[in-house]
Design a protein around this ligand. Structure first.
Ligand SMILES: CC(=O)[C@@H](O)[C@H](O)COP(=O)(O)O
Ligand SMILES: NCC(=O)COP(=O)(O)O
Length: 237
């Protein structure tokens, strides 16, 4: 079984656009869990453009499934995660001004830093995962950091799949086989969607968890619009 962790960054983006509390992030997290999702993911960024550090604290008392916090382990992020103690922390090497995550870790260059950070999280009973590309050398170096899991960075797969190139899955399958041999758990995320998730899952052995946000929230709008427009029409007739 592969767990679905829903990334709720986009709910916070919508909320912040008006300055109030609509949509209510905590209610959405509760609802998503009640609909059967097995985890909630957030990615608080230093500019707090969507998830705020306070949201990460507030969600701690709300999330009853798996709580996954993603981000670049700068000091403020480290402090936050060590305070909140989620189920899992996913380390992502994104630049402060990145629009979204756009690269995996260079686990060779940053090996000793990652080892240090991972040790600290694991000493606090927080499972660790490293956002990473499919390169075998990077995967082998990831295992040496002591991380529990890796998260395959799936943007390339998603964009190639969209163009009809199903062979783009091959490096991901190979990376998953290697990760499993190295004793690493396997997560995946970025641009996974209703269109590509079945094919991805069928081709990735031992896939423990996917975190999905941008497409899932967009699909929820598409699939929910008809219902809501009709509800307005009923109230207006
Ligand atoms: C790590 C990753 O690939 C995505 O989760 C990313 O966290 C999405 O962040 P944004 O919602 O800020 O684009
Ligand atoms: N770790 C990936 C994630 O949480 C969601 O990424 P996306 O679906 O918003 O691209």
């Amino acid at each position: 079984m592969t767990k679905l962790s829903v990334n709720i960054n986009k709910i916070a983006t919508l909320r912040n656009s008006r300055g109030g509390n609509v949509p209510n992030l905590l209610k959405v997290a509760r609802d998503i869990e009640s609909f059967g999702a097995e985890g909630i993911t957030i990615h608080p960024r230093p500019d707090e453009r969507h998830i705020r550090y306070q949201d990460a604290r507030d969600l701690k008392d709300v999330v009853t499934t798996e709580y996954n916090i993603e981000g670049n382990p700068i000091q403020s992020f480290m402090d936050l995660v060590l305070e909140v103690k989620p189920t899992q922390v996913t380390l992502v090497p994104d630049a402060i001004d990145a629009i979204t995550s756009n690269a995996g870790w260079d686990t060779i260059k940053h090996q000793s830093f990652l080892k240090e950070v991972i040790t600290e999280f694991k000493n606090n009973n927080i499972r660790t995962s490293i956002f990473i590309d499919t390169d075998s050398k990077l995967m082998e170096a990831a295992a040496k950091t002591g991380t529990d899991r890796i998260e395959l960075y799936t943007e390339h797969f998603a964009s190639e799949f969209d163009k009809g190139n199903k062979q783009a899955i091959e490096p991901y399958t190979e990376a998953a086989v290697l990760a499993h041999k190295l004793g690493l758990g396997i997560n995946a995320g970025h641009d996974l969607s209703l269109d590509n998730i079945k094919f991805f899952k069928e081709n990735i052995p031992n896939l423990a968890e996917v975190s999905i946000g941008h497409a899932l929230i967009s699909e929820s709008l598409y699939l929910g619009l008809q219902n809501v427009v009709n509800m307005y029409l009923h109230r207006l007739c």
